[in-house]
Design a protein around this ligand. Structure first.
Ligand code: SF4
Length: 141
């Protein structure tokens, strides 16, 4: 059973999420239980691993994963494409932004095209999209 994170760490993650919403022009999910579950998962990883590793993925080796930047919140998908598969950072309808994703990305297949309501905000790593796409296509599926 994963250990329950402290209220202090949960509060830090809530602040991080509120700030990141402002910076990226996104909102948290309209169902507060979704948001709270993801925030608790991030807080738990912060306490056990030292970093807010995305709680919505399976990792064969969490410690090894922490060495990469890829799935530390805000993850590469968020910083490059503004796509949050945990539904933590979404639009006003609670939908993840998918318009910048490659067409064959799982997010596009699942949700179709969801437009970014704030195209001027967020995506600080947007310049890495082309390189990221090459790497993704080279990975064995
Ligand atoms: S998908 Fe990315 S941005 Fe969303 S909660 Fe997970 S790590 Fe954070």
């Amino acid at each position: 059973m994963p250990q329950e994170p402290s209220e202090k760490t949960i509060e830090k993650m809530r602040n991080f999420v509120a700030n990141y919403c402002r910076k990226s022009g996104t909102r948290t999910h309209p169902d507060p239980e979704v948001t709270e579950a993801v925030i608790k998962g991030l807080a738990s990883h912060t306490e056990t691993l030292g970093r807010p590793l995305c709680p919505c993925r399976f990792y064969p080796d969490k410690q090894a994963e922490v060495q990469h930047r890829t799935w530390i919140c805000a993850c590469d998908d968020m910083q490059i494409y503004k796509y949050c598969h945990c539904l933590l950072f979404v639009d006003e309808n609670g939908m993840p932004i998918t318009e910048y994703l490659p067409e064959d990305h799982e997010g596009r297949k699942m949700y179709g095209v969801i437009k970014d309501p704030s195209p001027d905000l967020g995506r600080p790593l947007r310049d890495q999209a082309a390189q990221r796409e090459i790497e993704r296509r080279e990975r064995p599926s």
